[in-house]
Design a protein around this ligand. Sequence first.
Ligand SMILES: [Zn+2]
Length: 68
Amino acid sequence: MSDNLLHDSPTEFLHEVANHQGECVAQSVIPRDDGVYVVACSCEKWETTAPSREEGLRLARRHTGSIG
Ligand SMILES: [Zn+2]
């Protein structure tokens, strides 16, 4: 696992966000009804969409600087 927590559960994610407001401690990749994945971060300053879960995770890691 990487340093950053990735949650499938929106509930877990929101709990994490509440504890660390404004920090990039947790990212979520949540599938939308139209097949697009919504990628969001606990800092609440970053949100994007991805065509797949894998791509969403990649974008999340790039946002937090975990990968170059
Ligand atoms: Zn962030």
